[in-house]
Design a binder for this molecule. Structure first.
Ligand code: SF4
Length: 454
C-alpha cells in the first residue's frame, strides 16, 4: 500500500457536542501543532479534515453524520478537480459507539479514532496508508493532563477544565458510561497546574470545571471526594476572576462543597445539578439514586447556605412509561422550585441502554408536546426571575461586542457560557472581551438582562 507523510498539511477541525468534547478538540489541536500541523478555519487551505463527533442522542448523531457527509462532499469535489485528496478523519463518540462501521459506510473516510484514541491521529497522518483505518480502544482510558498544552478554542478569557472523564452512575437512559469509559479523576495537582498555565498564557478570567459528574471528583483516585478542596484551591489561583462548577449530580453534593461555594469570593454562586425528573417512580427506573424529597431538601439547603445562588438543572420529558400525571407532577415541581436556569430534553431511545427496552415508550408527538409545555413554563419563570434584577447592580464579564455603536454582550456570575443567557451592556467607553464591569440593569428580557456601565 502506498504511504505518504501529511505532517505539515493544514488541518480543518470541526468540534461537535458538549464542552467535554471541546476540551478533547483543544488537546488534539495542541498535539497536532506539536507535530507541525497548522490549524486553519479555511477548508480550502486544509489538506486534512477532522470531525470530533458527538453521539449522545439521536440529534447529536444526525449532526455528526451530516457534518461528515459535508466534508466528504468537499473531499470528492477537490479530488474531481485533480487536487491531492484531503484526508478525512472522524474521531470521538460516534466511532467509539459504532466502531469502524461508519468508516465502511462512508468510503471517503480515511480513518476513525475513539474517544481515547484521538491522540494517535498525528501518527496516522505521518504514516498514512491508503484504505480505511480504525483505532478504537475497547475501554477508553486516556485522560489528558497539564503537559498537554492544549490550545483554546473558546475566547481566551474563559476556559473549560476537564477534571474527570467517564461515569460510573449508569443512569438507565445514558450511553456515556459505555462510550467515555470508567470514572477517572485527574490528579488534583495537575488540574491546578493547568489553570496556572492557562492563566499565565492567556488573559483568563473564568474557568469552568467540567466532567460527567464533577461532584464525585477524587473518588477513584483518592478514595474520597475532593471536589470541595479542588474548587477552593482553584479559587485561590483565579483570585479576581471566576471559578464555576458545572455538571454535578444531586446525589453527590456534600456540605463541604456547598460551604466552599458559599465562602469563596471567586467561586460563582451557581450550581448545575441536573435532576432529570422529580417523580420517585421514574427517578428509580432512571437509576438516579435520589428521591424527590432528597432533591427538595438539597435545594432548600443550597438556597439557605448560598444566598442569591442560581440553580441550573435539566429535565427530560417522555421517559418510557412517563404518564400524563407524572409529567404534570414535573411541571408542578418546576413551578414550585423556580430553578433560575433550566434545560429540557426529550427522551432519546438509545440502543444498548436499559431504558431502551422498557415498555411504555412515549410517542415522539407526545414527547414534543410535553417538551413545549416545559419550555413555556420555564420561559415564564425565567422572565419573572429576570425582572428581579431590575435596577440592581451586577458584575458582568464582557464576552464580545454586540454592535459597533457601544453595545456589548457579557455574562453575570449566574450565566454559564453557551447554555445560559447573559447581559447586553451599553457603554460610552470601549470595552474588550475579558473585562469585568459593573452594570446597572435598566431592562430585562426573558433570558437576558439589559444594562448600562456605571
Ligand atoms: S450521571 Fe450523567 S453521564 Fe453519568 S450516566 Fe447519568 S446521565 Fe450519563
Amino acid at each position: 500500500m502506498p504511504s505518504s507523510n501529511r505532517l505539515g498539511s493544514s488541518v480543518f477541525l470541526v468540534s461537535l457536542g458538549c464542552p467535554r468534547n471541546l476540551v478533547d478538540s483543544e488537546v488534539l489541536i495542541g498535539i497536532l501543532k506539536k507535530a507541525r500541523c497548522a490549524v486553519t478555519d479555511d477548508i480550502h487551505k486544509a489538506g486534512i479534515y477532522i470531525v470530533n463527533t458527538c453521539a449522545f442522542i439521536d440529534d447529536a448523531k444526525r449532526e455528526s453524520i451530516d457534518t461528515i457527509l459535508e466534508l466528504a462532499a468537499h473531499k470528492k469535489e477537490r479530488t474531481g478537480k485533480g487536487e491531492t485528496p484531503a484526508l478525512l478523519i472522524v474521531a470521538g463518540c460516534l466511532p467509539q459507539r459504532y466502531g469502524g462501521e461508519i468508516g465502511r459506510t462512508i468510503p471517503e473516510i480515511d480513518a476513525v479514532f475513539g474517544t481515547a484514541d484521538f491522540i494517535r491521529i498525528p501518527d496516522f497522518i505521518k504514516k498514512h496508508t491508503d484504505g480505511p483505518r480504525a483505532v478504537i480502544s475497547k475501554t477508553p482510558r486516556f485522560l489528558y493532563d497539564h503537559h498537554s498544552r492544549r490550545e483554546l478554542i473558546t475566547p481566551c478569557h474563559y476556559a473549560y477544565i476537564k477534571i474527570q472523564e467517564g461515569c460510573k452512575n449508569h443512569c438507565s437512559f445514558c450511553v456515556i458510561p459505555s462510550i467515555r469509559g470508567p470514572y477517572r479523576s485527574r490528579q488534583l495537582s495537575s488540574v491546578l497546574a493547568e489553570i496556572k498555565d492557562l492563566r499565565s498564557r492567556h488573559r483568563l478570567r473564568e474557568v469552568n470545571l467540567i466532567g460527567q459528574d464533577t461532584t464525585l471528583y477524587g473518588i477513584d483516585r483518592y478514595r474520597h471526594i475532593r471536589i470541595a478542596e479542588l474548587v477552593s484551591k482553584a479559587a485561590r489561583i483565579m483570585d479576581n476572576g471566576w471559578v464555576r462548577l458545572l455538571y454535578g449530580h444531586p446525589a453527590h453534593v456534600t456540605d463541604e462543597l456547598i460551604g466552599v461555594i458559599a465562602r469563596e469570593r471567586s467561586v460563582c454562586k451557581y450550581m448545575d445539578l441536573p435532576i432529570q425528573h422529580c417523580n420517585d417512580r421514574i427517578l428509580k427506573i432512571m437509576n438516579r439514586r435520589v428521591t424527590k424529597k432528597e432533591i427538595v431538601t438539597l435545594i432548600d439547603k443550597i438556597r439557605k447556605r448560598i444566598p442569591g445562588v442560581a440553580l441550573r438543572t435539566s429535565v427530560m420529558t417522555g421517559f418510557p412509561g412517563e404518564t400524563r400525571r407524572e409529567f404534570e407532577e414535573l411541571v408542578g415541581f418546576i413551578k414550585e422550585m423556580r430553578f433560575e436556569r433550566l434545560g429540557a430534553f426529550t427522551y432519546s431511545r438509545e440502543e444498548r441502554t436499559r431504558a431502551s427496552g422498557l415498555p411504555g415508550q412515549v410517542s415522539e408527538h407526545e414527547k414534543a408536546e410535553r417538551y413545549d409545555i416545559l419550555l413555556r413554563t420555564q420561559k415564564e419563570i425565567a422572565g419573572l426571575i429576570n425582572r428581579g434584577y431590575q435596577n440592581k447592580i451586577v458584575s458582568v464579564l464582557i464576552d464580545e461586542a454586540a454592535d459597533d455603536k457601544g453595545l456589548y454582550y457579557g455574562r453575570t456570575g449566574h450565566d454559564a457560557p453557551e447554555v445560559d443567557g447573559g447581559c447586553f451592556v451599553r457603554s460610552k467607553r470601549a470595552l474588550t472581551p475579558g473585562m469585568f464591569v459593573e452594570v446597572r440593569v435598566v431592562d430585562t428580557l426573558e433570558y437576558d438582562l439589559v444594562g448600562e456601565v456605571l
